[in-house]
Design a protein around this ligand. Sequence first.
Ligand code: S3P
Length: 173
Amino acid sequence: MSRPVFLIGYRGAGKTEVARQLGPLLGWPWLDADTLLEERAGRTIRQIFADEGEPGFRAKEAAIIQELSLLQDHIIATGGGVILRADNRAALKRGAVVWLHAPSETLWQRMQADAMTAERRPNLAQGGIAEIEAMLRVRLPLYQECQDFAVDTSVLAPGQAATTIAEWLQRRD
Ligand code: S3P
């Protein structure tokens, strides 16, 4: 039995797709913390933000992260803002934390191409690349603080990123 693997990083970094591809490599189930949150709430994240504001969403997110941090042998894709709360960062550290990152230009292009972003999640990029860069100025030190391993997904396809992570986990065992 092993600690869970958490994938962290900004929207567009590839967390969900890499989790999907890492699952079969490790033989572990994967799940997306935001999807689980939406299933439990019976609402999309966009609706939760509209009904309860960001604090309501962050409280739900924190409860789910605490719960998921106690799992064994799971891969968990997280929401991009999970690192904002100290209690989440402590919970993530119960697992192995992999940070997926890419230049803001790449994140911006991927976010524009992702239809699900518009439907399900609050728009984090109304201000374009400048807004992403402003968010990253706050978040980069927190992603850095949490991560045990970092992967640049602008140079690796999701399958390659998954293989790189699986190899790193094997080296650690
Ligand atoms: C958020 C990112 C979203 C989701 C919520 C808030 C953020 O997840 O958790 O909309 O603050 O960066 P993704 O990173 O999967 O888009």
